[in-house]
Structures are given as structure tokens and as C-alpha cells.
Write a protein that binds this ligand. Sequence first.
Ligand code: GLN
Length: 290
Amino acid sequence: MKYKELYDYGVRRLADAGIEENALDARLLLESACHTDRNYLLVYGEREVEPEEQERYQGYIEKRKTHVPLQYITGGQEFMGLVFEVDEHVLIPRQDTEILVEEVLRHLHDGMDILDMCTGSGCILLSLLHYSNGCSGIGADIERDALAVAEKNAERLGRQEPEERGGLNCRFIQSDLFENVEGTYDIIVSNPPYIPSGVIPTLMKEVKDFEPLPALDGKEDGLFFYREITSHAHKFLRGGGFLFFEIGYDQAEAVRHIMEENGYKDITVVKDFAGLDRVVYGWKERDRHV
Ligand code: GLN
């Protein structure tokens, strides 16, 4: 079949299955199956597609029809202008999380040490290291399968080899929150699971049926991880160091309160592009335990 015919076929199949972004998804799946780019449809739509590419594409369409997220089929997601590998063991990096990374970057200086708690694909830590100089970072996650993805992403983006300069200076550790974390940091950042357990069944199929539940579930009121991380972070944060969280749109006041109770200073809420509260951060006073 011709490239354009395959595209039309995919759009139709996905639309019939109730996939909303059917045109975009069909194009992206076709590009992934054929290793083409977005211009190909316009310029080479009349070209015949190799049988094995066609077969691969048809397999992708069948998968997407069952609501498997596009990114788990193509295996990648762009975040902060970088491409991250993803699979079903990690949350797909969200555009909202770029707000968190941008905010941390405003406070990040050369040579700082960063801890990314609940690192998942590693997208937060690796972006921070990519866009800074001489910083080093630890990414912690309870899930070994997630850490394997983060490790792959570190390799892809150019991890620093021992004795080498340049490259990303990072390490990933398996840890139930701070259990296996050592040392102190200038920045602790986290996009923890924050959806209240009761809300998860109301999420779209792509999320609730395919993204890893432990990466979504913030337990009873969605705030479990904010309480845990905030109350332990002070031991691992240097004086003057910052604690940054991504939050759900309705969690700013609750998280601000948790941080206040734990002695953090100048607690600030940052909105995302939709005007919703998305990031909360504060800092730890010098020379005093908070
Ligand atoms: N830190 C990862 C991300 O932002 C994973 C977050 C999570 O699993 N809750 O994508």
C-alpha cells in the first residue's frame, strides 16, 4: 500500500475505535513504523511502503485501538526538547512537568547536587543535568524496572564516564523513598504519585489501564508522598537548599501547609500554562534544623 493510503486506513481504524486524536496518532505511528518524519506524508504520500513496515504499522494501530498510550507503542516521548525512552514501567513524561524543571533551573547553580525522588524515567533529573553545568544527581525510585528505563535514558543522553569531564553526572538507586539515600543535596525535587486512590478509576483508559499504578497513586487523599518526603527531606537537604514538588491542580494549599509545618521558608506556588497550580517549593534555613 501507499504511505498516504496507510495513513488514511489508520485514521479510520482509530476513529472507529473511539480514539480522539486519531489523525495525529495515525501519523505518528506511521512515522515510527517507517522511520520517517512529519514531512513524509506531504511529500512522499504516493510512495509504496515496504511490507514489513506496513505490518509493523498495522500492529501499532491494533494496539492503539485498545487504548495503549501512543508513547508505549513508539517507545519515546519528548520532554524539555530531549527524547526519553519509556515503557509500561514508567509514567510518560508530561508537559506539565516541564514547569517543574524550568522552576528548578531558575534556582540551580553550577556544581550543585540534586536528588530526584521518584525519578521514574529519569526525565526530571536528566533534563536538569543536561541544561546545567557541573551538577551531579541521584535519581531514586522504588521500582527496579523503572530504574532500568532511567539508566537507558542516561546512556542515551550521554552519561559521564569515570574520570571523564562533560556528560551527565548521575546515578540511579533503588530506594523506598529515602531508605537507601545517602549524603546531602542542594536541591531535592519530586513529582511523586499524587492522585487520590478514589479518583484513579475516573481517569482516562490510557492512564488508568496502562500507566503504572504505583506512579499515580498518592493513597487516600493523594498527599501521602508529600507528607513522607517533606518530613524526611530536611535530613538530606543542606542549609539554604530547596525542596521542589510538582502537585495536582487542587493540592497547592495542602502541600504549602505540609511544608510550613515542617519549617520550610518562602513557600511559593507556580502555575502551569493552563493557569493551574502546578509546582510548590520552599527552602530550608541555614544552620538550623527545620
Ligand atoms: N519523575 C517522573 C516523572 O515526572 C515519574 C513521576 C511518577 O512516577 N510519579 O515523569
